[in-house]
Ligand binder design. Structure first.
Ligand code: NZQ
Ligand code: ZN
Length: 385
């Protein structure tokens, strides 16, 4: 196991009907901005519950944060925060709203050019302060409710924004707030969380048994509760387990002391930016093909995954790995998430645009060992047609 520090300061407030407790968690004299997306939280009543929980506090609403939140939209919120002296941000929504809120928290007090904050990759952004933020999560998928990252869209690219100052102070996880999700978003959430685990687990062996057993537990839980949630949208227990799985998949715990390989995400981000394919759909396209191409590098962990997650024990190594890849693809498809570029209308001639974008964004040395070049990305995308 590699050396690590682990510190996650986000308080989780888990369970049904607890939004009245917002009153105890936000300073009474706070000037609060409530940020949300395209209106789902208005239609399903979540926003009203949040506003009730905030009581007499001064509140300004900021609506319209779109999926794959755009820098320009978020800068409108930054202007209002600065003009109105807002000192607490509350995100009510999915990953896009939570990520957008994190960006506003960092950008509002920043005196330099705010596009600087998009240029740091996975390194911490150069800020010494950020506004306090919290979340009411409505979509289990990204883990943004308990991590320090955001992904912001700007000029045809998707940029990570990371800082320990961006951990939410607290996050409400109320499974009943997810009952209104369309099946497509439920399926996307299962795939996103599943791939978050895989990119921290199917790498190279690090002798990290707690991380491995936990990763396997989350994957097995998702395999159980994903289909259950789609079949029974108001099954509280399934929703609760899905929600906590997605949070645990990317709150840092399974990622300490082990190698990471975020190649699927990085290639996937270009597919979203270029073709508008949903984040999770891009992962379902890239991951099975990436594994085919990278079998040798990932052999030991693929075999472990095959046995521990899917119970595959028969056949030679090659057969067990192929079966694990096939079952992963079949799992995504069974949820209704298509796994081929052609399913989304992307053709062979368009692959070169993706490669150009990867190069333009410096994504030329991906994977756990930094040896995944644009030529290998091309091979992966061809395999995904
Ligand atoms: O905008 P509204 O009207 O709220 O509708 C949203 C949106 O259309 C809807 N929705 C959310 N909760 C709902 C609901 N509809 C009905 N009932 C509810 N309870 O769902 C749609 C998608 O929302 P979005 O927030 O975009 O989805 P998701 O949570 O999958 O977030 C995706 C974004 O997160 C980033 C992605 O790149 C993408 O931009 N990621 C963030 C990460 C992080 N911060 O750690 C890691 C991830 O890998 C990912 O990259
Ligand atoms: Zn993701």
């Amino acid at each position: 196991m590699q050396q690590f520090d682990y510190h996650n300061p986000t308080r989780i407030v888990f369970g049904q009907d607890r939004l009245a407790e917002l009153d105890q968690l936000i300073p009474a004299d706070a000037r609060v901005m409530v940020l949300y997306g395209g209106g789902s939280v208005k239609r399903n009543g979540t926003l009203d519950k949040v506003l009730n929980g905030l009581g007499q506090r001064q509140v300004i609403e900021f609506a319209g944060i779109e999926p794959n939140p755009r820098y320009e939209t978020l800068m409108q919120a930054v202007e209002i925060v600065r003009d109105e002296g807002i000192n607490f941000l509350l995100a009510v929504g999915g990953g896009s709203v939570m990520d957008g809120t994190k960006f506003v928290a960092a950008a509002a007090p920043y005196s330099g050019d705010t596009t600087d904050l998009l240029k740091c990759g996975f390194e911490p952004i150069p800020v010494s302060t950020a506004l306090p933020l919290a979340t009411v999560a409505t979509l289990p998928a990204t883990g943004s409710e308990m991590n320090m990252g955001a992904v912001i869209s700007y000029e045809g690219g998707k940029y990570p924004v990371m800082s320990p100052l961006l951990f939410p102070r607290f996050s409400f996880l109320d499974p009943t707030l997810t009952f209104s999700l369309p099946p497509k978003q439920v399926a996307n959430g299962v795939v996103d969380a599943f791939v978050h685990v895989l990119e921290q687990y199917v790498t190279t062996p690090a002798g990290a048994r707690i991380q491995d057993r936990t990763a396997e537990g989350i994957l097995r839980t998702l395999i159980e509760v994903g289909p259950q949630t789609l079949a029974q949208p108001e099954d509280y227990d399934a929703r609760a387990n899905l929600m906590w799985s997605a949070t645990c998949a990317l709150n840092g715990f399974i990622g300490v002391g082990v190698p990471h390989d975020w190649s699927t995400h990085m290639i996937g981000h270009e597919l979203t930016a270029l073709f508008g394919i949903d984040h999770a759909q891009t992962l379902a396209i890239v991951l099975p093909s990436l594994w085919q191409v990278r079998k040798e590098q990932k052999r030991a962990k693929l075999l472990q995954y095959a046995e521990q997650v899917w119970g595959i024990q028969s056949g030679d190594e090659e057969q067990r790995i192929d079966q694990a890849i096939a079952q992963t693809r079949a799992f995504f498809e069974s949820l209704g998430v298509k796994t081929r570029l052609s399913d989304y209308g992307v053709e062979a001639e368009q692959i070169e645009t993706v490669i150009d974008a990867l190069k333009a964004h410096g994504m030329v040395a991906l994977s756990e060992s930094g040896d995944l070049t644009p030529d290998i990305s091309r091979e992966i995308l061809r395999g995904a047609l």
